[in-house]
Design a protein around this ligand. Structure first.
Ligand SMILES: [Zn+2]
Length: 205
């Protein structure tokens, strides 16, 4: 849903300006990512504000308060557990199970993704991975860094041309860089027959 401060594309005035001024596909994509992140934050803030006033929110708040009260009670007088066990073992079991799961969850290895505010993500990480499920997905979607082989023969230059074209298509190489790259590849192509990589005797190294 669009907000009052957004245009038809979901941009704020400032974001729209950046989008119009963007010089290439990658810069436009970056502005879109910025917009999406802002909208996500706004959604989250809005949800946090409205949640306690919803029926579901109230139930969860009551639950959290009751859980905290139980924990405090048992910390202050551990012998209450025995009485509770005799009087209403089922309810005490529910409480104990929750405490146990919570302690387990707190010991689970955490995602090591550092968020833009510098804080670690701290969500439980996926088995055998560094990140949680969400940050793994985000990393997979991020374009990989563009790299070139050493341009020391005609084959390598041909590979570089193919990689450059591919990079332009998949977004790992922006248009400005592609223009510069084309220049260097032309230079490499015209030099490749003239240069040798082993200097002659007496030549300056
Ligand atoms: Zn994470």
């Amino acid at each position: 849903m669009l907000r009052d401060w957004e245009d038809a594309g979901g941009f704020t005035e400032e974001e729209r300006k950046l989008f119009i001024e963007a010089e290439d596909f990658n810069e436009r994509k970056a502005v879109e990512r910025m917009r999406d992140e802002r909208r996500r934050r706004e959604d989250e803030e809005e949800l946090k504000k409205s949640w306690p006033n919803t029926e579901e929110g109230r139930v969860f708040v009551q639950f959290a308060q009751a859980f905290a009260a139980c924990r405090k009670l048992l910390e202050q007088s551990p012998e209450t557990a025995e009485t509770a066990q005799r009087a209403d073992g089922k309810t005490l079991d529910i409480y104990s199970k929750l405490r146990e799961n919570l302690a387990l969850a707190n010991r689970a290895p955490r995602c090591s993704y550092r968020k833009s505010d510098g804080q670690l993500c701290r969500a439980p990480k996926m088995k055998g991975e560094e990140y949680c499920c969400m940050h793994l997905a985000m990393e997979a979607a991020r374009p990989k860094k563009f790299s070139l082989p050493a341009l020391d023969d005609a084959n390598a230059i041909q590979v570089a041309i193919t990689k450059g074209a591919q990079g332009l298509l998949d977004g790992t190489l922006d248009e400005k860089c592609a223009v510069k790259l084309a220049h260097y590849l032309r230079l490499a192509a015209s030099n490749v027959s003239k240069v040798r990589f082993e200097p002659d005797e007496g030549e300056i190294s």
